[in-house]
Design a protein around this ligand. Structure first.
Ligand code: GDP
Ligand code: IMO
Ligand code: MG
Length: 426
């Protein structure tokens, strides 16, 4: 099994590249996160945003698995499936859902909103899709799972959990809410889901492995949003790193092969939290406009900044990246100078390449500057035709990160990608 995941704060272009790589695999599987993800694919000039469905769905014959580590909102999934009506005909045959995946209830979304409101200016900047509260119920051993849907006491279990949430909303948060309409929509969507195949992903994927099938695990969010190693508490509630793919699908680490680490040629972040290389100025605005940096799930403007090498090295190490993929180098074509943060100056004046415990505690980037390529690269198909400055930028990053770059994406369309070295699926 191969894994593709984000090395930054999400939105690195995972959806686009999974769509490009999918022909090499039999199964594409999501292993964590939920509808907080927004993965954009551009096919024949048409844009599609996927939140829960794996990004292999546009390829006939490929199975798409929503793994046990995912938290699933049936309402979002239903809307997403209905949007594909008339575009992808056999979603019902190819979409599989893990029995052990946890359900996001309407009351989880209310709890997300109540918790953020209570945090005031310390809020995480959550997508408010109910992710945190659902994972809390999972680890708190109260959750409701896909495999509970066909059981006779599903409704009872649902009501017990809703009741617990209502007690919290009223007594802990004093939060005013309306749940009836959302609940009706939720129960309808539960009925709708019954036509899909629920599987034990650990058995399904083991059988696939025994039969020589190739699996690509598709990450959501990014390494710096990992619950354990991200910029805590400004993170999401799941393990976004490679190890999360084993837990989130029921796959042994022995069966992992290649790890594709994807990053933008610069950095973005949506929501609150530290961002050492942030460009909170005109230059940042220029990159935002040029890169179309607005959230695929919430539409919020993304914060922008220069590439941060200490963080990228940290992400490469944590994930055991074997192949790098860089996206959006085309966006930097408008700039005559490109900067990269190579180390941090700490408040005591010392310089380090190590990611500190608290990124927010006044780390000051040490910069390296290099010339921009100032050429439109969006139509280039041959790596030899890349401008020299971009080739130098790539070589510099490969040397610093000690991992080769396998793909270079130069635009949002599935055709705008260059294979830099031979790709063999594992
Ligand atoms: P994901 O969450 O990692 O799948 O990424 P998103 O879809 O949230 O955000 C990436 C955005 O960049 C989307 O609008 C993509 O269409 C777009 N995109 C992906 N790769 C490239 C690229 O190489 N160049 C440009 N200009 N846009 C890209
Ligand atoms: P994809 O898969 C970028 C951010 C939110 C917030 C924090 C916690 O498209 O890369 P949550 O809703 O999980 O409680 O939010 O994480 N966040 C993302 N940022 N891309 C994503 O997904 C994200 N999913 C969550 O903005 O700061
Ligand atoms: Mg996204």
């Amino acid at each position: 099994m191969d894994v593709l995941l984000g090395l930054q704060w999400g939105d690195e272009g995972k959806g686009k590249v999974v769509d490009v790589l999918a022909p090499n695999y039999d199964i594409v599987a999501r292993f964590q996160g939920g509808p907080n993800a927004g993965h954009t694919l551009v096919i024949d000039g048409k844009k599609f945003v996927l939140h829960l469905i794996p990004s292999g769905i546009f390829h006939p014959g490929k199975a798409c698995l929503i793994g046990n580590g995912v938290v699933l909102d049936p309402v979002t999934l239903r809307k997403e499936i209905e949007k594909l009506d008339g575009i992808v005909d056999d979603v019902k045959d190819r979409l599989l859902i893990a029995n052990r995946a946890h359900l996001i209830l309407p009351s989880h979304k209310l709890l997300d909103a109540a918790s953020e409101q209570a945090k005031g200016d310390k809020k995480i900047g959550s997508t408010l899709r109910g992710i945190g509260p659902t994972y809390m119920d999972k680890t708190g051993r109260n959750g409701l799972r896909i495999g509970d849907i066909p059981t006779p006491d599903f409704l009872e279990k649902y009501q017990a959990l809703r009741h617990k949430h209502e007690t919290m909303l009223e007594h802990l948060y004093g939060y005013e809410y309306e749940i009836e309409a959302a609940e009706a929509e939720f129960l309808d969507a539960i009925e709708f889901l019954k036509q899909f195949t629920f599987v034990n992903s650990e058995h399904y994927l083991y059988d696939a492995y025994r039969n020589g099938k190739k699996v690509l695990a598709e990450g959501a969010q990014g390494t710096l949003l990992d619950i354990e190693f991200g910029s805590y508490p400004f993170v999401t509630s799941s393990n976004t790193i490679t190890a999360g793919a084993c837990v989130g699908l029921g796959i042994s680490p022995h069966h992992l092969n290649r790890v594709f680490g994807i990053f933008k040629a610069y950095c973005t972040r949506v929501g609150s939290g530290p961002f050492p290389t942030e460009l909170d100025n005109e230059m940042g605005e220029k990159i935002r406009q040029e890169g179309g940096e607005f959230g695929a799930t919430t539409g919020r403007p993304r914060r922008t900044g220069w590439l941060d090498l200490p963080l990228l090295k940290y992400a490469v190490r944590l994930n055991g990246v074997t192949d790098l993929i860089m996206t959006k180098a085309d966006v930097l074509s408008v700039l005559d100078e490109i900067r990269v943060c190579t180390a941090y100056r700490l408040p005591d004046g010392s310089i380090t390449e190590e990611v500190p415990f608290d990124l927010a505690a006044g780390v000051d980037p040490v910069w390296e500057s290099m010339p921009g390529w100032q050429t439109d690269v969006t139509a280039i198909k041959d790596k030899e035709k890349l401008p020299a400055e971009l080739k130098d930028y790539i070589q510099y990053l490969e040397k610093e990160l000690e991992v080769p770059l396998t793909y270079l994406s130069l635009g949002p369309d599935r055709e705008q990608i260059i294979e830099m070295r031979e790709m063999i699926a594992g």
